[in-house]
Design a protein around this ligand. Structure first.
Ligand code: PHE
Length: 351
């Protein structure tokens, strides 16, 4: 062992180690470097051991060299480690970067269909008057759609409604009136009965600007002791004012339905001219919006409400017609085509 030789080796070892340290590209390579140059089996540790073979006066000098190199390499290692950690962090932050200033993707707001909107508005009005809401089957029996509404098989009024039959006894309901009967059967002997029934109905009509083979109705039914036609008029007046404005008025004209007696057709003041007379109301100042009447005693008795004790009124209206009047839509088909240009005009304003 020659001290000069060892000093030279320390010199080269230092240079090689520093070069290798700079070449270490990541934390794993850095760890390998640490094992190789500073670990238990490293050359540097080996030299420390071999020092014991030197003459005692040379040991401190060399010991100092070895310690200095170990210190130098350790510091260089720590610096390189910090540098690599920072680089790794910077890379990760770069990759995970979120630009919070980027504008979001817009989620277009859906629109409530005008028919739905009118139904909901009408429901609110009647809920406010203490009515309940019920729904019934669109596939009905001949029994409920006709017979129990006082329309026997040979009754001429059956022609008023061209019917889609499914079988001899099953059909697509032509109106929501069968729910008068179903509701009374479910509620009896409870009184009062106060319901409205929105739903789809079907008729074998040619589709045109004012007719559709499938459309919507809202049925209304009130049954109690002592119900009179003036109650019907009062309720309809309230409804007309709520939906068409506080200046509205209703007019009842005599009419005929087999399941009401007496029956009436109900008009409101023309929404277009306010009653002065125009093309829309055919110069009458009035527009028909629904059919109504006092529930026929035969219908009451059949449904389990004794007509000597109970009386009631019923009405049926078409939300399409009401939507058309309210929003100035002149062709019922527009309500079924789902053209966004129409629907977007009914986007609910939020906030
Ligand atoms: N069901 C009748 C129709 O569809 C409307 C109506 C309902 C009339 C209730 C009177 C009472 O034309």
């Amino acid at each position: 062992m020659d001290i000069n030789q060892i000093e030279r080796e320390l010199q080269t070892l230092g240079e090689t180690a520093i070069a290798a340290l700079e070449a270490a590209a990541d934390l794993r390579e850095l760890d390998e470097w640490r094992v190789e140059y500073l670990g238990k089996k490293s050359r540097l540790t080996g030299i420390s051991r071999e020092m014991g073979q030197l003459p005692p006066d040379e040991r401190p000098v060399l010991g100092e060299r070895v310690n200095a190199l170990r210190g130098h390499l350790t510091t260089a290692f720590e610096n390189r480690a910090r540098q690599l950690q920072q680089e790794a962090l910077a890379r990760r932050l770069g990759a995970e970067r979120i630009d919070i200033t980027m504008p979001g993707r817009p989620h277009p707001l859906g629109a409530v269909h005008p028919i739905t909107r009118v139904i909901e508005e009408i429901e609110d009005v009647f809920l406010g008057m203490g009515f309940q809401i019920a729904e019934g089957p669109e596939v009905e029996t001949d029994e409920y759609n006709f017979e129990r509404l006082n329309l026997p098989k040979d009754h001429p009024a059956r022609d008023m409604q061209d019917t889609f039959y499914l079988t001899d006894t099953l059909l697509m309901r032509t109106h929501t009136s069968p729910m008068q009967v179903r509701t009374m059967e479910r509620m009896r002997p409870h009184a009062p009965v106060k319901v409205i029934v929105p739903g789809r109905v079907y008729r074998r009509d040619e589709d045109d600007a004012t007719h559709s083979h499938a459309f919507t109705q809202i049925e209304g039914l009130v049954v109690d002791r002592g119900i009179r036609m003036s109650d019907l008029k009062g309720v309809l007046e309230q409804f007309a004012k709520a939906v068409f404005g506080p200046d509205q008025a209703v007019r009842l004209r005599p009419s005929y339905f087999p399941f009401t007696e007496p029956s009436a057709e109900v008009d409101i003041r023309c929404v277009h001219c306010g009653g002065a007379g125009c093309r829309v109301c055919k110069q009458t100042g009035w527009i028909e919006i629904l059919g109504a009447g006092m529930v026929h005693p035969f219908v009451l008795d059949l449904a389990g409400y004794d007509s000597r004790v109970f009386s009631g009124f019923a009405f049926g209206m078409g939300p399409e017609r009401i939507a058309m009047l309210k929003y100035g839509i002149d062709d019922i088909r527009l309500l079924y085509q789902n053209d966004l240009r129409l629907l977007q005009q009914f986007t609910r304003v939020v906030g």
